[in-house]
Design a protein around this ligand. Sequence first.
Ligand code: NDP
Length: 311
Amino acid sequence: MAARLLDGTRIAADIRAELTSRVENCTQQAQRPPTLGILLVGDNPASQVYVNTKSRVGDALGVNVDVVRLPATITLDAAQDVVHRFNCSAAHDGILVQSPLPSSLGPIAEQRLFEVIDPAKDVDGFHPTNVGRLAQGRALFAPCTPSAILELLDRSCINLEGRRAVVIGRSQIVGKPVALMLLHRHATVTVCHSRTRDLPALARDADILVAALGRPAFVTPEFVKPGATVIDVGINRLVDSSIVRALLPVGSPRLETFARRGSLLIGDVHPAVAETAGALTPVPGGVGPMTVAMLMVNTVRAAEKRLEAAV
Ligand code: NDP
């Protein structure tokens, strides 16, 4: 039987609708809209798309998204100056540094930039203070993709308490924080990574399986317990028609999409998993739109906190 699809596009629309009155209140009180400053360095095409999406969603909601674009040739000091400017600005409530940064900035550039963000404006939740608070279960701002996953599960009425969760991937932005958040919600959590042995057997133990590894269609039905909830975080753009044809059944409408666009977004979960899982997030239309919605939630929360502090 085909899995229930957890519709991130619809739930994200609900979240944005719920935010409307809060955005209006903030705008009225501050005499300006809630404002998110984004630093985008370099010309990574995927990052450009993500930042444009954040701007578009912000515009539609009445949240001002102020994007500062710098070339990849910039120095780390110059990038830090932009973050400092956002920190000191009375008109910016939230700050986001779009990752990945160009490799020309050095291996620890991301960490260095996250560290200079004012924790009270750190709507991506990557400042060490916010990471520490998340570990203690009292986050000011939890990272957006893990928050998106929890919100999707909650709003789809999927119970977490006492259930086995397996997270594949241990990155700072997805794997580790989502594992912590699932743990705080009383799931029993196993975190897997590239050195994990016998991954399919561990994954098959999961009631809730989160795939965040960045390998297209890696999680096949042999990884999935029948009826499990599968959260597909991966976003992989495929351009090779032989790979796409091997993944999708003949007659799939997604093959037409590929023929029209010349590329197709595929998650980390194989499409055939839909026949084994009980519930599944689609790609696109699952975690992606929810992540942007949670960024807006965090930005509005940051604006509200600043207004409260000003009273
Ligand atoms: P990273 O590359 O930072 O981390 C990948 C993780 O997966 C690592 O921990 C790595 O292990 C693990 N991994 C890689 N290969 C394997 C393997 N063969 N078996 C087991 N584990 C493996 O990726 P991110 O966390 O940043 O992103 C993961 C995916 O999620 C990507 O497709 C990305 O595009 C997508 N993404 C989607 C978002 C959304 O809004 N939907 C937001 C953010 C990311 P190790 O640590 O040992 O190297």
